[in-house]
Structure formats: structure tokens, C-alpha cells
Design a protein around this ligand. Sequence first.
Ligand SMILES: *Cc1c(COP(=O)(O)O)cnc(C)c1O
Length: 227
Amino acid sequence: MTRITKHLVNLQIRIRDAAHTAGRNESDVSILAVSKRQSVDAIHKAQAAGLNAMGENYLREALEKMPLCPPETEWHFIGRLQSNKTRAVAEHFDWVQTLDSAKMVRRLNAQRTADRAPLNACIQIRVDDHGAHGGVRPEEAAELCRLIEASPRLKLRGLMAIPEPAETQAGQRPAFRRLRELYDQLRSEGFELDTLSMGMTGDLEAAILEGSTMVRIGTALFGPRPE
Ligand SMILES: *Cc1c(COP(=O)(O)O)cnc(C)c1O
């Protein structure tokens, strides 16, 4: 058993326990392995343990690693999106989780080539005031959903957030709850969302209790990130 396999077993227990506490099924919560600053070897080990979806924040690093990984790897861009990055994201990734402007939607739609499946898209929501991680305000989400739905080279999948870290579960839950309420509201308005990307190593239980369908996990899988 590799170290990553052991970590994955423990992670699956955490996910299962939180899902059961919430009266949910653990199979409704998928794991995105956050491989930023991890080696290609670590990615191969994660894949051998059964994980195929990898999240990367840094474009240049991701583009270097991609050719060395199996072609079936599902790549998620979870870093800050800027105009000068959209072409490479459109050409090389399967998902973008950090959409937060109409301009980025238009650029990605224009740059995603016809030979690839539409780019799966999550809108990043600013669920608290600090805003250091980007994201749109909740009241701007519906308009962006409409624009993505009208973009044939993108496929609207859901919402994502990176809340300000909090120490306790009670402190972590309100931001996740706000994101889930927005998700429910958008679905009730007819938007076809199936992904609520929230929860990381330090707060995955709180996120699952509030309805997360995808946790993004780096440290709990790979160990501390190399500097
Ligand atoms: C780094 C990162 C993660 C994973 O963080 P861990 O605490 O190591 O699990 C998840 N989501 C985003 C957007 C990140 O940048």
C-alpha cells in the first residue's frame, strides 16, 4: 500500500462519516485530488489508488505535468483565471471551476475547440466579505449561469467557493450553507446544476454536512505540499 493509498482510505472514512451524519450517501461526494505543487510521480500514485480527477492552480506547472500523465486524466483548473490564461485552459482542461466574469466565459467559449467536449464550468462564488480568492457576488450568479448556458462550447455544472478558513465546524458551516442555498435557488429557477464544489482538507466535514458534492483535497491525500 502506498502512502497515498493509506491517506485515501482515511479520507474515504472521513467522507463516509460526514455523509452518514448528514443522512447522505458517500457516493454522492466525489473527490478532486488537488495536485498543485505535487510531482508527476505523486499523481501516478493517486491514479493507481483510484483517483482520476486532478485539480491544478498554476497553469505553467499543469502544462508541464499533463503530457507525462495518462491521457484519460480529468483536469480541473482551480486557480485564478485571467485573460492571458484562458486559451490554455480552454485547450487543455476538462473543467474550469473558477469562472467569475462574463469576459472569461466569452473568451473560453471562443477558444474551446470543436474537437473537444464542451468545457465543464463551475462559477466561483464569493461567499464571504474578504474576497481575496475572487468569485462573483451571489446576486450575480444567475446572470452568469444564463451566459454559460448560451455558450455552446461550455457546459454549466455548478458552483464553487473557497471560504475564509474557520477553526470550528460551527464556524465553517455558514459560508457553505450560503453556497448551497444559492445552488438550490438556481436549480429551482431551472438551471441544470449538478456540482457543488466545496470543502478542502480542513473543512470537508462541514462542507459535506451542508451538501457538498465534490471535495477538493490536497494535503489529506498527498501530505504537505513541497515548497
Ligand atoms: C490548494 C487548494 C485546495 C486543496 O487544499 P488542501 O487544504 O490541501 O486540501 C482546494 N481548493 C483550492 C481552490 C485550492 O487552491
